[in-house]
Design a protein around this ligand. Structure first.
Ligand SMILES: Nc1ncnc2c1ncn2[C@@H]1O[C@H](COP(=O)(O)OP(=O)(O)O)[C@@H](O)[C@H]1O
Ligand SMILES: [Mg+2]
Length: 256
């Protein structure tokens, strides 16, 4: 088997006249912590939407471990082991931290949420397992003390941690992280980076979109740069840093 978990060919998405994503070919390697950077509006989030099934592409193919997932729904892609987080966190404000964790777990593992409401004995055991696992992960993420707090009481950074927790409770093989450090204070950002590195070392393939270039350069083995939907650089952090196309893409976007 190849070492690529994701392959896209000729992937396109336009909004009106704007080419949000226009990628000829891209392969992502299982054991390479990879980041996508690029100016605002470069197409990073849209790219995540396309590969995780949250939007249909206009054209092109997406393969996950050689399986064609081009038209697959998000929940099916999640079941195949590729799970994403969102730039704007999608935690449930009216649920507690623990409930958020448990809901995410049952959401993917059970056939239906309704079925999980009718509690058969086997499901009670399942619920205990999910609760234990939730606590284990909350502990790892340092949000265990907030288990009974409503998610709306969390800081921006803690919400990012909760969202990360909700995504890892389903044992992903691949994690797509959309701006995991956005709105997070520097100290917590360091912690989150550490957690991401740990997940990567545990064997989860990480693809991260992030605005914080210093953080990206610090932990990534490969950096892909998008501008106006296209890949303009794809290299090691050191080489991307000095790439003329990259520098001018960022300068151009600042002048706007
Ligand atoms: N739902 C949408 N409708 C119209 N235009 C969109 C939509 N989503 C994204 N765009 C446009 O597509 C481009 C890429 O956006 P996005 O993928 O969010 O960029 P990034 O995440 O890199 O900042 C931008 O020009 C944005 O305005
Ligand atoms: Mg974005």
């Amino acid at each position: 088997m190849s070492n690529n978990y994701l392959e896209v060919t000729n992937l396109k998405k336009s909004f009106g006249g704007i080419k949000a994503v226009d990628i000829q070919s891209l392969k992502l390697n299982k054991d390479q912590l990879t980041s996508i950077i690029g100016p605002n509006g470069a197409g990073k989030t849209t790219f995540f939407d396309l590969i995780s099934g949250f939007q249909d592409s206009d054209n092109g193919k997406v393969y996950l471990n050689d399986k064609n997932i081009t038209k697959s729904q998000p929940y099916l892609i999640a079941r195949l082991g590729m799970i994403r987080t969102f730039q704007l966190t999608k935690v449930f404000d009216r649920m507690t931290v623990l409930e958020n964790m448990m809901f995410s777990a049952s959401n993917v593992n059970n056939d239906s949420f309704l079925k999980s409401l009718i509690k058969l004995p086997s499901q009670k055991i399942n619920e205990k397992n999910i609760r234990d696992k939730s606590f284990e992960i909350m502990k790892e993420l340092n949000i265990e003390h907030m288990a009974d707090s409503y998610a709306r009481e969390l800081s921006g950074g803690q919400k990012k941690l909760l969202e990360l927790g909700r995504s890892i409770i389903n044992d992903p093989k691949i994690l797509l992280l959309d701006e995991p450090l956005a709105g997070v204070n520097p100290k917590l950002a360091e912690e989150i980076l550490e957690i991401i590195l740990n997940l990567s070392e545990k064997g989860i393939s990480i693809l991260m979109v992030e605005h914080n270039i210093e953080a990206v350069m610090k932990i990534s083995e490969r950096v892909i740069v998008l501008a106006e939907g296209k890949v303009i650089a794809d290299n090691t952090p050191e080489n991307v840093r000095t790439d003329e196309n990259v520098i001018s893409a960022y300068l151009g976007s600042e002048n706007e």
